[in-house]
Design a protein around this ligand. Structure first.
Ligand SMILES: NC(=O)C1=CN([C@@H]2O[C@H](COP(=O)(O)OP(=O)(O)OC[C@H]3O[C@@H](n4cnc5c(N)ncnc54)[C@H](O)[C@@H]3O)[C@@H](O)[C@H]2O)[C@@H](O)CC1
Ligand SMILES: [K+]
Length: 502
């Protein structure tokens, strides 16, 4: 699992580490790790010129010491001072070390033209304008210099891409767009959340010795090795019932395929048993495509409700299906609710619940629930959710007490009382009709096996994304192929867990 810690947590760990170390030791470690990564990238790209953009804080200090090491190693190095107050505002010892090693110093406020030229010519740029002490946005001069960076240059953000909100709460267009971020001891929320992830680029964590083992993470991301830890694997004493029975209420005369996709994915995820509830056309299709499924209601351990369910415009043949959906939602069993099923959600349920909206569905649901509780809450739009996905997912989680899985290039899983999970495993090709139905089937299978909603949703998102990646192989995919990719993906991820060193 990748964990990101808040700025406050990192600063506390830093203070604790510094208490037992000589002054400046942490910065030396940070700068040393940074210089090592930079040198490796220069070697790979046969680059020779380095520019550090430096601000007044410790982020600038890290950068100055790293540039000094690169200058010592023979690279042609310059720094561009962006701190208000120029040279005097920098850490003097760090500046002297860089200059002694042969670094040329330009003060942007004194000669912006010369500074712009040196930036434009660099093969590698170290962004040390601001780090975790930064406020969102760049000052105009910094923005102009960042604009001057050559498209072919390798841009390394030191700790956090300058201009981002380190907490990843608010998005910011005016930020350094890094190819890589070198951060220290732990990821920061901005690296893993939609508001900052794209500007972060590749994330490289350099260990500087902060102890965060007991610290609560602000954001988590499951990785491949977590599958073996979390995936429900049957034991010798299990039978189909003990492994979990999933009831699927999905598909309709208008959208019969959703039933096939959801049940196929649940079967591929290895559910103990499947029950399917629907109208005649999808029943026929499920019968043919997933012969393992039992048609009709019966005892289940969890429900998957909603893909292809026209809850707003019920079909004449779908009344008993809609009634089954309402019974499932009113039950004390775990439920994953998607698409049409979300129209039936009217507040908290007393049992484990996963809601899987995309941005538009989340906006509609918040508008509806917000109006219900506050009387005159303003309408929430899809654009509102797009601009601030985490806050809106949190709002729905708070209103319903449910786990909210907000789909997107980065999928967020928000459960009250848990660190946010953020998964970015899928290729953009997965943005295709039916992909959500597959995800619902996988999460349903995991809930039926007894996983907590937070784990079921994030593990489901991971496996769904990895399966899509494998199926795509860099090209188009279709949702049914992703559903069929779930089984080999889980098998290989479990095998990876068995062979991983203990
Ligand atoms: N906390 C830690 O554990 C460690 C921190 N280190 C480095 O120290 C950094 C944090 O240093 P600081 O706390 O000095 O803070 P920063 O270096 O992030 O920047 C703070 C300074 O920038 C100014 N500023 C804030 N937002 C700005 C903006 N948008 N535009 C222009 N100026 C802005 C502030 O007024 C302040 O003077 C980390 O990101 C990391 O690079 C490392 O040296 C090693 C360990
Ligand atoms: K930075």
């Amino acid at each position: 699992m990748i964990r990101a810690h808040s700025v406050e947590t990192v600063r506390a760990a830093e203070a604790q580490a510094m208490a037992g170390l000589p002054e400046g030791e942490l910065m030396q470690r940070a700068a040393g790790g940074l210089a090592e990564v930079a040198a490796a990238r220069l070697e790979d790209s046969e680059g020779s010129t380095v520019v550090g953009l430096v601000g007044s804080g410790d982020n600038g200090g890290d950068t100055l010491y790293a540039v000094a090491e690169l200058a010592d190693a023979g690279y042609a190095c310059a720094v561009v001072v962006l701190a208000d107050g120029g040279r005097d505002a920098l850490r003097q010892e760090a500046l002297e070390t860089a200059e002694d090693a042969g670094t040329i110093v330009h003060v942007a406020a004194d000669d912006e033209e010369a500074a712009t030229q040196v930036v434009a010519e660099a093969d590698l740029v170290l962004d040390g304008i601001v780090g975790i002490g930064g406020r969102p946005g760049l000052q105009p001069r910094a923005a102009r210099l960042v604009d001057a960076i050559d498209d072919d240059a390798w841009v390394i953000a030191v700790d956090v891409a300058s201009g981002l909100d380190p907490s990843g709460e608010t998005g910011e267009d005016d930020a350094v767009w890094a190819d890589e971020t070198v951060t220290f001891s732990t990821a920061k929320p901005a690296h893993l959340l939609p508001a900052g992830e794209a500007a972060t680029g590749r994330l490289t964590v350099v260990d500087i010795g902060l102890d965060l083992s007991e610290a609560v993470a602000a954001v988590e991301r499951l990785d491949y090795d977590d599958v073996a830890l979390l995936w429900p694997v049957p034991g010798a004493g299990d039978d189909k019932y003990s492994r979990g029975v999933l009831g699927v209420v999905a598909g309709s005369e208008a959208y019969p395929g959703a039933a096939v996709l959801t049940t196929t994915a649940a079967a591929e995820a290895g559910v103990g048993m499947l029950r399917y509830v629907g109208s005649p056309t999808p029943v026929g299709l499920v019968h043919a495509a997933v012969p393992e499924a039992v048609i009709g209601t019966g005892q289940v351990q969890a429900w998957a409700v909603g893909p292809g369910l026209p809850a707003e415009e019920p079909e004449p043949s779908g009344h008993s299906q809609l009634a089954a959906a309402r019974v499932a939602l009113a039950s004390d069993l775990p439920v994953v609710v998607d698409a049409g099923g979300l129209e039936l959600v009217d507040g908290p349920r007393p049992a484990p619940t996963v809601l899987t909206p995309h941005a538009g569905e989340l906006a509609r649901l918040l508008t509806r629930l917000g109006q219900g509780s506050a009387g005159s809450a303003p309408e929430v739009t899809t654009d509102d959710v797009g601009a601030d996905p985490l806050a809106h997912a949190r709002r729905l989680a708070d209103l319903t007490g449910a786990t909210v899985l907000l789909k997107g290039a980065t999928t967020l899983v928000v459960t009250p009382g848990h660190p946010v999970r953020s998964q970015a495993d899928a290729p953009p090709w997965l943005a295709t009709a039916g992909a959500g139905d597959v995800l619902t089937g996988v999460i349903g299978a995991l809930l039926a096996a007894g996983l907590e909603p937070h784990d079921a949703a994030s593990l489901g998102a991971l496996v769904h994304g990895v399966a899509a990646d494998r199926v795509s192989g860099g090209g188009p995919l279709r949702a049914l192929a992703v559903a069929h990719g779930i089984r080999p993906t889980v098998r290989d991820l479990l095998a990876r867990g068995r062979t991983a060193p203990v």
